[in-house]
Design a protein around this ligand. Structure first.
Ligand SMILES: *Cc1c(COP(=O)(O)O)cnc(C)c1O
Length: 395
């Protein structure tokens, strides 16, 4: 069996149609769309502002190595990931750009690996700073580190009011070189800016306090995608962009702030076509019952691939340039479509679950709205059982 990674490597070399001919279902990544998004974001920023491409969680399901390489080739300055293993994957692929680990590293062996792979850790509090310094001292090494302030997210970081004592401690540690001071918004995608402005003000206060002790961080950063698109005063030296890189807007009121193109499509093939009689049920639990003789298609994709079962009877797909309803419970490996309006459809036909065909488009945002969640979660939900096939590699 060929693993998804080997298949995605093949995707860089082989004709797309050859690859697709072997798949029942796959995730298609449009590298030209990614490149477009990176270039568009970069040109939206002031010339001196750096773009950090956030490629955690396998680049939100898009394939971290290919996305990182494409982003760096099109103007991204550095990368961010969440875990040690995600950073190691990028270094093993030969990526040399600075890589910030957004998550907290605590285990001694992990700290050693961070140093060995030249990754740049987030330091969240004084105790962790001391552990890092002691471990790095034993190795005879030093590392650039990024100090995280909590300005109201109540996730990682030292309380913004303690910024001065935090920095003063880290300054005494010879093996830690402060590369940046940063914080993270909790409501930047909300059209009500009250809390975001308060967080921004707290961050500004902390930086002002640091200035009174003569400390100006080499780099300061605060903005995620939503803050990048909504408020230029949050850009500072660098912006940390995830979702927008992948062509989605973080909120409805930010749509069209810049021109982004969705990079991910989810496709699967029809494996059987048949007509069921009036009164027959479709799938487990008979959650759809035909009110007349109905032509249906069986499609080779299910919840084990990342199509949430909660979308059963609420999902649409694009087949032969038309929107058709999904019917009955979504099963582990398969789902059914009502194709009564499409007499010409045969097995082997490709179905688009997320993506575009001509003027029709289904987005991760559409699924998120139906499921009362966010598009970030939808993008991250596609399993590695679906090979990532890379399309339109920019030359
Ligand atoms: C994930 C993450 C980002 C990117 O967020 P988007 O909304 O996807 O742009 C930025 N900063 C931190 C700390 C993160 O965890």
């Amino acid at each position: 069996m060929v693993s998804w990674q080997q298949q995605s490597n093949l995707g860089q070399q082989n004709d797309l149609s050859v690859l697709v001919s072997r798949q029942r279902a796959w995730v298609e990544i449009d590298l030209a769309a990614l490149a477009h998004n990176v270039r568009t974001l970069k040109s939206f920023l002031a010339p001196q502002t750096k773009l950090m491409a956030v490629v955690k969680a396998d680049a939100y399901g898009h394939g971290a190595v290919m996305v990182a390489q494409t982003a760096l080739a099109n103007g991204a300055d550095c990368l961010a990931i969440a875990t040690l293993a995600e950073g190691v994957e990028l270094r093993q692929a030969g990526i040399k750009a600075p890589i910030l680990i957004l998550g907290a590293i605590n285990a001694i062996e992990d700290i050693k690996a961070v140093a060995a792979w030249q990754l740049e850790p987030t330091i969240c509090d004084p105790k962790q700073a001391l552990t890092f310094d002691t471990t790095l001292n034993q190795l005879g090494e030093s590392l650039p580190v990024h100090l995280k302030l909590d300005t109201g997210m109540s996730r990682l970081g030292t309380n913004w009011q303690e910024a001065v004592s935090f920095v003063q401690l880290v300054q005494t540690l010879p093996n830690l070189n402060i590369a940046s001071v940063y914080s993270h918004f909790s409501t930047a995608d909300d059209s009500d800016r009250t809390w975001m402005n308060l967080q921004h003000q707290r961050f500004g206060d902390a930086l002002a306090q640091l200035k009174t002790i003569g400390f100006v961080p080499p780099q300061v950063h605060l903005a995620n995608s939503a803050a990048t698109l909504s408020d230029r005063t949050c850009h500072y030296d660098l912006v940390r962009v995830g979702l927008a890189l992948y062509g989605l807007y973080p909120a409805a009121h930010l749509v069209r702030a810049i021109d982004l193109k969705p990079a991910l499509q989810v496709k699967a093939k029809i494996t059987q076509v048949k007509t069921i009689l009036s009164g027959e049920g479709v799938s487990y639990g008979r959650k759809f019952v035909a009110s007349k003789d109905t032509k249906i298609a069986v499609v080779g994709i299910g919840y084990a691939d990342g199509v949430p079962r909660n979308l059963s009877n609420r999902l649409q797909a694009i087949v032969c340039g038309k929107l058709v309803p999904q019917i009955g419970s979504i099963t582990m490996d398969q789902l059914m479509l009502n194709i009564d309006d499409l007499p010409q459809v045969r097995p082997g036909e490709v179905v688009t679950l997320i993506g575009q065909q001509n003027d029709l488009r289904i987005t991760a945002e559409d699924w998120a709205t139906t499921l009362d969640t966010i598009s970030w979660e939808i993008l991250c939900s596609f399993k590695h059982r679906l090979p990532r096939i890379f399309n339109n590699q920019p030359v």
